[in-house]
Write a new protein. Structure first.
Length: 380
């Protein structure tokens, strides 16, 4: 599964872990909004991305790791495929089709974007164009926009999404193995371990205007933020535009990072120097890293699946809270998004939550990787 985590590199400070565990237990004891997980659709296979097109159609699109994109309309999965990349992607483990996004002008330009592992296991970002009736993507319309070599099979990142600035963001992991052996996440010459930002308004992709390292010699001009291990899922708050990044940890902590809408980019989230707020490299120094808003340790989970700040209407008590989960334990949490740190409370459990999605109204859904079900969050 693409959100996998490594668990066996170094031992964290035991006294810190004990103090942190007590704090985590106290935080988790806060009252959580009453939420149920209602069956929405089933029959899918290893869903890795879930999104809408923003075109007023009410449709939801599910990307499967095997390369197929399924269209969900009126609560039913269409038999015909919206897009089939099975012959183009190397699926399995943490590889495959792992990102899907629709252009903000999809209703007029019919453009959509996919992030997948090619047959060599390398990163590929491509654009497709839908048919005039929006029933499927035209296979012959494919345009490769960006590629990156992957030194190992894991930590491919995954999420792609348009920000409120109209630019396309792509999250890439550190290249894999364990402990970022090539130090990619801190290397500005590498796209790995980064959040990248593209202008895709033209025929080709180019670095978005204002990217913080575009003029620095030797730096990758597409970089927006760095110091990430494996940002499997990230999302923008539709109310205010803040960016929330869920970064899968090494062997001690999972973390949630936040970037305000006013950010000019360039944030360094610390990996591999730090994991969470603790030194991963022995005797590390504070180099101006951006602290996570929330961390949790191995007593609570092993692989974070990022979600969304809830802005729907069905669950008023959940409004403004960040909904996320852990793939290994299945726990789904909500965290109010205010202050310099966030506390979480458990909403319930599902089976291997691989990704979350929003519909056009801001209601939130979660996909179960193994069962092929999609569940919709609802109030009790």
């Amino acid at each position: 599964m693409a959100a996998g985590s490594d668990w066996i590199m170094s031992k964290p400070n035991s006294r810190f872990l004990l103090a942190w565990s007590v704090a985590a237990l106290l935080a988790s004891a806060q009252a959580a909004p009453a939420v149920t997980f209602q069956p929405f659709v089933n029959g899918l296979k290893q869903v890795t991305a879930l999104t809408h097109a923003g075109d007023g159609s009410g449709r939801i699109y599910a990307a499967q790791q095997d390369g197929r994109v399924r269209l969900i309309e009126n609560g039913k999965v269409r038999d015909s495929l919206f897009l089939d990349l099975q012959k183009l992607t190397r699926a399995g483990g943490e590889r495959g089709l792992i990102g899907l996004a629709f252009d903000p002008e999809y209703k007029s330009n019919r453009r959509l974007y996919v992030h997948y592992s090619d047959l060599n296991g390398d990163t590929l970002l491509a654009r497709y164009t839908a048919t005039p009736d929006f029933s499927r993507a035209e296979a012959g319309s494919a345009r490769t926009l960006f590629t990156a070599k992957q030194p190992y099979s894991n930590h491919n990142g995954g999420q792609i999404a348009f920000g409120p600035d109209g630019f396309l963001y792509l999250g890439l992991g550190d290249g894999g193995s364990g402990g970022d052996p090539k130090n990619n996440a801190q290397n500005l010459g590498s796209p790995l371990g980064k959040l990248l930002r593209f202008d895709v308004s033209g025929d080709a992709a180019k670095p978005a205007a204002g990217n913080p390292f575009a003029s620095r010699a030797g730096a990758n001009p597409n970089i927006w933020a760095y110091g990430l291990r494996n940002p499997w899922r990230f999302s923008f708050d539709r109310d205010g535009g803040g960016l929330v990044i869920a970064d899968v940890g090494q062997n001690s902590f999972e973390e949630v990072d936040f970037q305000p809408a006013s950010s000019k980019g360039g944030e360094n989230y610390g990996w591999r120097v730090r994991e969470g707020q603790v030194c991963y490299e022995k005797g590390c120094a504070d180099k101006g890293f951006v602290d996570p808003m929330l961390v949790y340790g191995r007593t609570e989970g092993q692989s974070i699946t990022g979600g969304y700040v809830y802005r729907g209407k069905a669950i008023p008590a959940l409004k403004g809270q960040y909904v996320f989960a852990d793939f290994a334990t299945g726990t789904v949490w909500a965290a109010p998004t205010g202050g310099k740190s966030w506390d979480k409370a458990a909403l319930g459990k599902v089976d291997n939550p691989s990704t979350f999605g929003e519909d056009e109204a801001g209601e939130v859904y979660v996909a179960e990787y193994g069962s092929g079900r999609i569940l919709k969050l609802a109030g009790k």
